[in-house]
Every structure is written in structure tokens, then in C-alpha cells.
Design a protein around this ligand. Sequence first.
Ligand code: GLA
Length: 479
Amino acid sequence: MPGTLEPYHSGESKVQPRTRSLSWREALPVLHDRLLKLKEMFTSKFGSLPKFYVRAPGRVNIIGEHIDYCGYSVLPMAIEQDILIAVEPVKTHTLHLANTNPLYPDFSTSASNIQIDKTKPLWHNYFLCGFKGIQEHFGLSKLTGMNCLVDGTIPPSSGLSSSSALVCCAGLVTLTVLGMNLSKVELAEICAKSEHYIGTEGGGMDQSISFLAEEGTAKLIEFNPLRTTDVKLPSGAVFVIANSCVEMNKAATSHFNIRVMECRLAAKLLAKYKNLQWDGILRLEEVQTKLGVSLEEMLLVIEDALHSEPYSPEEICRYLGISLEDLQTQILSPNTQDGESAGMLIFKLYQRAKHVYSEAARVLQFKKICEEAPDNTIQLLGELMNQSHMSCRDMYECSCPELDQLVDTCRKFGAQGSRLTGAGWGGCTVSIVPADKLPSFLANVHEAYYQRSDGSLAPNKQSLFATKPGGGALVFLEA
Ligand code: GLA
């Protein structure tokens, strides 16, 4: 059995498991070979041996897109692809970071003066987020230095959470170097918060599944407080990931943060419409909870309270009775308020709120169908995934032509449902495929999407693959 952190089931125990370390000789054969290779590379790079290794997985979100930061539950699973880091603590207070991928240059900095450049999402900044998060959690100013060699197998900018896996891995590396302990829930919360140092205002889905995942089960992740419930996926179905080959780094553009702000503004306008104290409200879920109504009823409230034409900043200010300056400094986040853009932005509050409340309902329906397992389970889950994609495309506008084409292709060749996964605007799709159709599905999608006659795509073996729920973050000690 590979070394694992103890599983955490919400509700089963009040004591949350602490991280623990096991020998890396116990790792699965594939991981064992990678660890050996990493050890050799580390030795030739730093001239010494690593003391331990940390692994944190990427994830695929099955359903529940762009709703974690609105306070709603999501339903991801960890994938096999991961970030693996070999580590040696040193006495110099210098952090040396290297990457096995030559595209990512070495980086060194003083461990007591961590600067994260929000203007350029360079690879090492994600490591620094995890490092700084743990450092700040324990209020430590003078941290020990370390040599780290990072190896990643998650395709970058593909919606499979390569960046959060690096933040989580770095957080667990730092915790281990310090010899401290935290529960997986605490680690997930710290890493979710510290990833904001890079400038994107993500929710907590990626970090939570990276720490709390367990092999063989997807997870319903609920927030405030963070907790997870196992969701057993139907045995006759396979989940297939397909990369559109359009790269999207959410920290490099303002799309992501603009959506977060639109949801925040929609929550405030809905609260004001319903005579709630709107200024303290940040999330759409808070409006629902304060009103004590169902998600379906919230969809009706939207119809009365919001119009489908985009809102200008001036209209929002008039409605809330605030100045443009208040809007810019108190409600919008840095990369949505910069330059001339704030005055030029338009906010599609009706569409965004409609997506969020309907998607939140789809997540609950998905879980219920998995639990009840009717005869047509796969078909029903597929329909929910198709509806989710439509809502992401039309209401949330986070798809792109290639993703739309790819989901159509996947449905055409046997997927019961297919949708974009992760932040969108590029990256991957996830499809639910009946197990007996898998071989023909893979062959046909490969031919139709990846073997383009113009040769414009450069797919590799990571472009189209079946996946199953993997385990969460681990520490391996040098054995
Ligand atoms: C990114 C964020 C997540 C989540 C998804 C969209 O992966 O990090 O928190 O918001 O986008 O569902």
C-alpha cells in the first residue's frame, strides 16, 4: 500500500486526522520509479540526497463549476496526475527551487523575504504561495531554507488544477520541514487562502480535493465549514478527460476574477432587493440561507430582482447607493479594477446568478442519483453534465469554440454527457461514457478531434484518457 495520510470522513469523527509520513519504498511501482529518477536528478542538481518527498494530485471536477467561491458544494475527484517534490532542508535560509521540466527555470530566494509577483504567474510563485501560507499560519518570520526539485505530470493550464496541486504540495513540504502537524482540512483551508497571493480569487475546491481525496470515490465538498462526503460513481460508467489543447492560465487574464466579482455584485443586488443587510454579503449562498428558501425559489427571485441586460458600474452604484470609487476600492478585486477597465466593465448579473443557483442544484441532483442508482443512472448523470455545460457556455460564458466542439464530438461518439471542467475558457472536458463503449469512444474522438487534417493540434498521451478517483496528498520519507 502506498503511504497515505489517514482518510477523513465528515461526521465520522470529531478528531481530524493529522498528516503522517511513510516510507517511499511502499509506493506503487510507477510512483516508485519516478521517485528513484527524481532522487538521481536531485543528487546531480544539488550534490546531496533528498530527505523526503511530497505528492499532491490534480483533480477533475465532475460537476459544480464556478460555484465554490459562491459558497456552494462541488463534486470533484483526484486524478492520477500529480506534483511530486523531492526536498532537503538546509541551514542557509535560502529556498532553492528547480523543476525537472527545462521550460521552468530555477529560482532562489531568501526564505524570510517571500515576494509573490501577481503580475506574472511564473511557476515558482505557486510554490511560494504554499510556503508563505504555512509560514504565516504559524507566525514564523525566519524559516529554514530548503532545496526542492519539482516534477509535475498534470498538463499545465488545462483545468486539471496543476497550479493548486503545486500550492498544496509546497504547503505540505513546508509543514514537513517545520516538523509541525495540521489536519487535512486545515491544510486545505490554508492553501486555498494562500493561493490568492497569486491574484486569482478561487474557491477552495482544488485544494480540498488535493488533500481530502480518497482512492475509489469522488467527493461532495461543502464549504463553511469545509467537509466532504463520499460519492460512489456508477460502476458501469467511465469518466474520460479530453484536452481541448487551448491553454488557459486563469491568473494571466481577468476573466476569472471578473466572474467572482459579478457573483459578489449579484449577491449584493439580490440582498438589497429582498431588504437584507446587503453590505456584509459576499456570496450568493448567503442570500439563499438568509432568505431560507430553496435553490429553485432563488431562480424565481432572480427573475424579479435582476434584468438580463448587462449592468453598468453606474447602474450598480445607483442601485446600491454607493460611489464609483466605493465600488472600485471596496467591492472589485485588484485585477478587475485596474486601469480604465473598471469604468468599461459590464456585469451580467442575471446570467451569472442563474448559472450559480442552477448548477448548485445540479450538484445535489447528481449526488442523489449516484446514491439511488436507478436503472438509467448513467443517462441521468449525463443529462446533468450536458445541462451544466450549456449553462457554463451560455450563462457563465466560460467556454470557448474548441471546448464546445470537443463536447459535441464526445457526445457524438457515445458519451452520455460531456462538459468543460475547471475554470474553462480552454483546458479539458470530462465525459461520462458507458464502460462497454470506451474503446470505440476513445478511437473515434481521437480521430475526429485530434487528427486534424491541418495538423494544428499536437496531442500527446495526456490529451485523451479515462480516469478514476485517486488518493490525496502524501509524504514519503527517504527509506
Ligand atoms: C478554478 C478555481 C476553483 C473553481 C474552479 C471553477 O479551478 O481554483 O476554486 O472556482 O476554477 O469551478
